[in-house]
Ligand binder design. Structure first.
Ligand code: ZN
Ligand code: ZN
Length: 370
């Protein structure tokens, strides 16, 4: 088979696996082979592997694998951090080895060798800053700062104590089971960073994502432009055969760029609306619970309605405002579905850059002892 066909198949397969693995659970892929492939890659393959080990090595083999799984996924560890740095270093090495000899090229000047060092260097620095900075660990000494920063909305956050840390649980915080600590304005636990993303390091995480997205998009753009002077289809075919390493890198860069644009876009949206990934799930759970309760209420009310229908007493339809008044205060708040922490675009961004709990006004205004 010609090298061109191998490259095309490789590019398509990489794209299919990457998209299925990272985006297969998205609603647009529901019921498609991509969703099934996502399930296979994330759960199915591991399940088959575990069964295979169980058949060959018995229960001892299965428990060894489960111990490894627990160490890798349920405890803080640097495995993914090392993998990430290895991927970044490896990609940079291949780019330098295969493509630096073409700089300066038709469209690229010398400066791109230095900007590539800057792109990787700043990326690594932001990665380390996010990985090793405090996400906003809630402790007995500082819990009052976090309690003052965010009021309870009494919908998804109610006043309570963390059953593990035995301290009050501030609104917007969550106990991370992997790190075993409560984290303020908890977004998610990032395995790649081996750290939680919370109130005090969301800014570094966003800066890292923005930097990586820009670097990858620009690298793809310049790489494609430098190769695009072969514009006719015949030359493209020849190009595929002659510059296969560069083409392979371009495919890889283009796929990662697309994923980074999506991921950064999602987190930028969260930042602009002053929401967290954790809160997105909490609101989803809350709305689906409300929906179920409403359905149950409607089905319970149906026999009554038919009874009143028999007595031929027709009531005028209930106005929207009346229906609003009949709901409990909690339901009303959820009905209007207003995120109480959203203070407008600029304030939201400012809050991520300068976290509330670190501002003197909040640190000084401590609530009375509980
Ligand atoms: Zn806790
Ligand atoms: Zn964590």
């Amino acid at each position: 088979m010609a090298v061109q066909w191998i490259l095309i198949c490789h590019g398509l397969l990489t794209m299919l696996v990457t998209i299925s693995f990272l985006c297969g659970q998205w609603p647009i892929f529901q019921g498609t082979p991509i969703e099934r492939l996502h399930y296979f890659l994330t759960f199915g393959a591991y399940d088959y592997f575990l069964r295979f080990v169980g058949t060959v090595f018995g229960n001892k083999g299965t428990s060894v694998i489960e111990c490894i799984e627990q160490f890798c996924c349920d405890r803080p560890n640097p495995i993914l951090q090392i993998i990430y740095l290895a991927i970044l270093g490896g990609t940079y090495y291949f780019v330098a080895k295969s493509s630096f000899s073409y700089i300066p090229g038709y469209y690229l000047s010398d400066v791109h060798i230095y900007t590539s060092v800057l792109a990787v260097g700043v990326g690594v620095l932001l990665f380390l800053l996010t990985s090793f900075s405090d996400p906003g660990t809630v402790k007995a000494e500082n819990v009052s700062d976090f309690l003052s920063a965010y009021p309870y909305d009494n919908i998804i956050y109610k006043e309570k104590e963390c059953s593990t840390c035995k301290i009050p649980k501030p609104a917007r915080s969550k106990h991370c089971s992997i790190c075993d600590r409560c984290v303020a304005r908890f977004d998610h636990h990032c395995g790649w960073m081996n750290n939680c993303i919370g109130e005090r390091n969301t800014r570094y995480f966003l800066a890292f994502l923005l930097w990586m997205t820009c670097s990858f998009v620009l690298s793809t753009y310049y790489g494609v432009e430098n190769l695009s002077w072969f514009s006719s289809p015949y030359c493209m075919w020849w190009l595929l055969g002659s510059y296969n390493t560069q083409i392979l890198l371009m495919v890889f860069l283009a796929i990662v760029s697309l994923l980074l644009v999506g991921f950064f876009g999602y987190h930028a949206h969260l930042c602009l609306t002053n929401t967290t990934t954790n809160e997105t799930f909490k609101w989803q759970d809350y709305t689906s619970l409300q929906k179920k309760m409403n359905e149950a209420r409607t089905s319970a009310a149906a026999p009554k309605a038919s009874m009143s229908g028999l007595s031929r007493e027709t009531k005028p339809p209930e106005s929207k405002s009346k229906a609003f008044c009949r709901r409990s205060p909690i339901e009303n708040a959820a009905f209007s579905m207003k995120n109480q922490y959203d203070k407008g675009l600029f304030s939201n961004v400012y809050e991520v850059i300068f976290p509330l709990s670190t501002r003197p006004s909040f640190v000084q205004r401590k609530p009375k002892s509980r």
